[in-house]
Design a protein around this ligand. Sequence first.
Ligand SMILES: [Zn+2]
Length: 246
Amino acid sequence: MEETDAQVNLWLDKLEVEKENAEWRCALIAYVIGEVPGYNYMCRFINRTWENIAEPDIYLHEDGLYVVRFQSLEDMQSVLYYGPHTINNRPIILKQWTADFNFTLDFLTEIPLCVSFPKLPMSCWGGDSLSRVASAIGKPIFANECTSKHSRISFASILIEVNVTKGLPEVVKVMDPNGRQFLQEVEFDWKPEYCPYCMKVGHVCPPPKPNAPPPVPAPSDTPPVAKEKPFMQPKKRRRPQNPIQQ
Ligand SMILES: [Zn+2]
């Protein structure tokens, strides 16, 4: 939120603001890469695809983002944790609503992505070790049930909020308590393309030619590269029966 030096004209009621915040705690911001689906289409998609949850309230924000308010925190988490989701083959970026979410930003840079650590040594599967490894990449949000229960041996996956503008690592260097170092491979279920020239997710413009004038940012609805190049498809993941939070 922007602060100014101007004199304050009025004060908002703390209780009411907190009450409103509590009501939006179960909401997700949904951003469809490429094109904003129409409201009725989006509603049909959500009610048909996100099953086993109570019907959420759906709002279209003027900036082309949807806000989906679920009836419970559990419903919200079951959608957020067990993505990635696509609509018409277009990836949907989902982010938890926060009181300071800035709708006027025309791109999202901190995006929750599902990250796996193939062949992570089993000694590192404790919650603390896992979140330390995850913190090398971003802000860990949730560890997949199969990881925390050790029910699958070679697979550890975590939902991590990652800043996509900084480039995503392929390995992280880990040091164990005995001072031994190893390189841990990092795999993303899906990662959005990020254009450093337009500072937007969803496409990448070709690099500017030397001595050429700076590129004109592409309008968000007609990404220049996306036309020839299909969107990278998120892999489907197994949906555990009893999600637990780390
Ligand atoms: Zn671009």
